[in-house]
Design a protein around this ligand. Structure first.
Ligand code: 5GP
Length: 242
């Protein structure tokens, strides 16, 4: 397996082609960004922690019937994955109101959301990821109604599985963002990553934040300890590679 051409240099990951044209190599870098990439710092081993956490989560989801792009984790910060044509939608699921929801709408921080909110944002930094609705998605030609329904159903299934998975580790899954893509046969698979970069995770007892929100709030010296805490709680000792 060899890295060939860089096809997507994202804010925190680099995607390369490889010998097999149906596969890609995703390198998780040590960069941490906030504010559409306006602030960027390098955090030691952050790429590896996110790749291992994301791989564990993708395996748990696969065991529960959610297909993902994951094939293997040949190195702690390098994922071998099925090549997908990514759909430019950030599907966000919220179990507790916080973040941009409470900034934009009259709802109190910490309100339980039952049923959870499923929100779709346009993945486009230059437009600051604006919120979409079904008509806008169809007008932009991003997805069909059938695909929107599949994304919603898969996001809610992921929420169900991961809420329980994190609860077993003493963590509340407050909200998260997922991205999907189509494989060569047109199947919609979960892609990208699920890690503390794109989830709000709170300690069940103390409600301490265990995710990138610490970095967004300028607590740069606390954020990696939180990622390591999540890693230690969800990765069994015999699967630890960092
Ligand atoms: P909010 O809209 O409240 O800022 O974020 C809701 C959830 O989606 C949070 O868990 C946040 O981490 C995630 N999220 C939303 N947009 C992005 C994004 O552009 N990048 C990442 N990594 N996560 C995002």
């Amino acid at each position: 397996m060899e890295k060939k051409e860089l096809i997507n240099g994202g804010k925190v990951k680099s995607v390369f082609t490889t010998d097999n044209e149906d596969q890609v190599i995703i390198e998780f870098r040590d960069d941490m960004t906030a504010g559409d990439g306006e602030r960027k710092e390098v955090m030691n081993n952050k790429g590896a922690y996110n790749a291992v956490i994301s791989t564990k989560i993708f395996r748990v989801l696969e065991e529960n019937g959610v297909e993902t792009q994951l094939i293997d984790l040949p190195q702690p910060n390098v994922m071998l994955a099925k090549k997908l044509e990514m759909i430019p939608i950030e599907v966000i699921v919220r179990n507790i109101a916080t973040g941009s929801l409470v900034r934009k709408y009259p709802i109190a921080d910490g309100t339980k959301l039952e049923p959870p909110i499923v929100q779709m944002d346009f993945k486009a930094d230059e437009y600051h990821d604006p919120m979409l609705n079904d008509s806008i998605i169809k007008a932009l030609g991003i997805a069909t109604q059938e695909e929107i329904d599949i994304l919603t159903e898969k996001a809610l299934k992921i929420n169900e599985v991961l809420t329980e998975f994190f609860a077993d580790a003493g963590i509340i899954l407050v909200d998260f963002k997922v991205e999907f893509g189509k494989d060569k046969d047109g199947n919609i698979l979960l892609g990208d990553e699920i890690s503390p970069d794109g989830c709000r995770l709170w300690d069940s007892e103390t409600l301490d934040m265990l995710d990138k929100e610490l970095f967004r709030k300028g607590k740069d010296n606390e954020v990696m300890d939180a990622y390591v805490e999540v890693y230690n709680r969800i990765i069994p000792d015999d699967e630890k590679v960092i």
